[in-house]
Design a protein around this ligand. Structure first.
Ligand SMILES: [Mn+2]
Length: 412
C-alpha cells in the first residue's frame, strides 16, 4: 500500500475524535511459547490499517488539539546485539516512508511522552483499541495501558477505538481490492496445483505441500491458514492435522487463501480425488454451485447482511429438496453446518461492523456454501469472495475452477 492509504485511514479516525482527545494503538509484542522460543509475531491488524508498520512493539499516538492534530510513531531503537540474532529493526526513515508519519520516535521515549500528554497537554480522554473476548487469558498492550491509566491518571477518560475501527474496515478501499485481486491470482495457482496433482492414495500433507510450493513461487507468499482434508476428515470444519489419506472415491476439501499486502483471500473448493465426480458428488456439488451462482446474480447494495446468510440457506435448501436429499426446511441443519457469509480483509474473519449492517459498495465477504452428507460420506464447501459494487457484485475468486466441468477439465 502507498503511505497515502494509511494517512487517510488515520485522518478518518482523527475525524471521529474531539479536541483534547488522544488515541493509542499498539502493533503488539512477540509472545513467549516455551523456553527461549516465541510464537510467530503477528501485528495487530488495526495498527497495520493505520500505519502499515509490521514491527513488534511499535506504537502510534494520535493527539487532537483544536483543529490540528499530531501523529507520533514509536519504533524500537537500533540494538546491534539483538539485531544480530533477530534481524534488522525498521529504521526511522523507512517507518516514515511506509506510514507517512513524519514524527518518528523510539519506544524508550514513550513513557516520558505519555506523562506529558496526561499532565501538561490537557488531554482528558484517550482511545484504546480494546478487544476482549471471553476466556481471553493474556492481557493485550491496550488492556495493560488501560489498567495503568486507571491507576496513575484516574481522571483520564478511556474510550474504546474498536467500534470506529470496525466501521472503517467494513468498506474496502480500491487499493485493498487491488491487493486482494493479486492474492486471488496466487490462491488460484495454489488450488490448481492441488487439483492437478490429485490422485487416490495422496496424503493431505502432500496436497498442502503442493499448495505451499505454488504460493512460495509467487514472491515467497506463505499461506495465512489452510484447511485441506480428504474423505471423512471433511466433516471436521476447522480440521488442521493434514495426516489423512485420500482414497479412491473421496472428495478433497480445501479452504485456503493467500495474503498480499496484508489482505487475505478465503476460497474453498471441493473435488473428487480421482478427478471424476460420482453421481452423488455431482448431485450435491451442483446444488452448492447453483446456490452460489444465485447469490452472485442477486447480491447488490442495500441487503441486510443477516438476509444474505438466510438467502444462501433458503436457496440451497430448495436445491437439496429438488435433488431429493432434503424434504423439509427443518432438516437443513443436517446438511448445512455453518453460516455462509463472513467478511474478509486484513483478517480472514474480518473485523467489521457486520451486526445490523446492510451490503454496500466496497464490502467484501465470502459466499460459502457448505454441504455435509455424512451418510454418503460426502462433505465439501464452495466458497468465493464477493465484492459489492455500485449496482451489483463481483466474484473475486471466479477464476478458480468452479463448475464440475471446469474442475474435471483441470484434473484430466
Ligand atoms: Mn474459508
Amino acid at each position: 500500500m502507498e503511505s497515502l492509504f494509511y494517512k487517510e485511514n488515520r485522518k478518518e479516525f482523527i475525524d471521529h475524535m474531539e479536541p483534547g482527545e488522544a488515541a493509542l494503538f499498539y502493533c503488539g509484542e512477540s509472545i513467549r511459547r516455551s523456553c527461549d522460543e516465541h510464537y510467530d509475531f503477528f501485528a495487530n491488524r488495526n495498527f497495520l490499517y493505520l500505519c502499515g508498520i509490521n514491527q513488534k512493539e511499535s506504537m502510534l499516538l494520535l493527539e487532537k488539539e483544536g483543529e490540528t492534530y499530531r501523529e507520533t510513531l514509536y519504533v524500537l531503537e537500533p540494538d546491534f546485539m539483538v539485531e544480530r540474532w533477530e534481524g534488522s529493526r525498521i529504521t526511522g526513515s523507512r517507518a516514515e516512508a511506509i506510514s507517512g508519519v513524519s514524527n518518528i520516535k523510539f519506544v524508550k521515549e514513550f513513557d516520558e511522552d505519555i506523562k506529558r500528554v496526561f499532565t501538561k497537554s490537557g488531554v482528558n480522554t484517550v482511545y484504546l483499541d480494546i478487544d476482549r473476548v471471553p476466556k481471553q487469558l493474556l492481557k493485550s498492550c491496550a488492556d495493560r495501558m488501560e489498567e495503568y491509566l486507571n491507576q496513575t491518571y484516574p481522571y483520564v477518560n478511556i474510550k474504546n477505538a474498536l467500534p470506529i475501527m470496525r466501521k472503517m474496515r467494513t468498506i474496502k478501499k480500491p487499493c485493498e481490492i487491488e491487493a486482494m485481486e493479486v492474492a486471488q491470482r496466487i490462491t488460484k495457482a495454489g488450488i490448481l496445483a492441488m487439483m492437478k496433482s490429485s490422485r487416490p492414495g495422496m496424503y493431505e500433507y502432500q496436497y498442502k505441500a503442493e499448495f505451499d510450493y505454488a504460493l512460495a513461487q509467487e514472491n515467497g507468499v506463505v499461506a495465512p491458514f489452510s484447511i485441506i482434508s480428504a474423505g471423512k476428515n471433511n466433516f471436521c470444519i476447522h480440521y488442521d492435522s493434514f495426516t489423512g489419506q485420500a482414497m479412491d472415491g473421496d472428495m478433497i476439501l480445501n479452504d485456503v487463501g493467500a495474503r498480499w499486502d496484508y489482505e487475505v483471500t478465503d476460497v474453498s473448493r471441493g473435488w473428487p480425488c480421482n478427478g471424476r465426480f460420482s453421481h452423488k458428488q455431482r448431485l450435491l456439488y451442483e446444488c452448492a454451485y447453483r446456490t452460489s451462482e444465485y447469490m452472485f446474480q442477486n447480491l447488490k447494495p442495500g441487503i441486510p447482511m443477516k438476509e444474505v446468510d438466510a438467502m444462501i440457506r433458503k436457496y440451497n435448501f430448495e436445491q437439496l429438496k429438488e435433488a431429493g436429499v432434503c424434504k423439509s426446511y427443518d432438516e437443513i441443519g443436517t446438511y448445512m453446518w455453518h453460516g455462509g457469509a463472513h467478511h474478509v480483509g486484513l483478517d480472514v474473519h474480518d473485523l467489521v461492523d457486520a451486526e445490523g449492517a446492510v451490503t454496500a459498495p466496497g464490502m467484501v465477504f465470502c459466499i460459502d456454501v457448505g454441504i455435509y452428507h455424512e451418510e454418503w460420506g460426502i462433505g465439501f464447501r464452495l466458497e468465493d469472495n464477493c465484492l459489492i459494487t455500485g449496482n451489483g457484485c463481483r466474484n473475486l475468486s471466479k477464476d478458480v475452477p468452479r463448475t464440475v466441468e471446469e474442475i474435471e477439465n483441470v484434473m484430466n
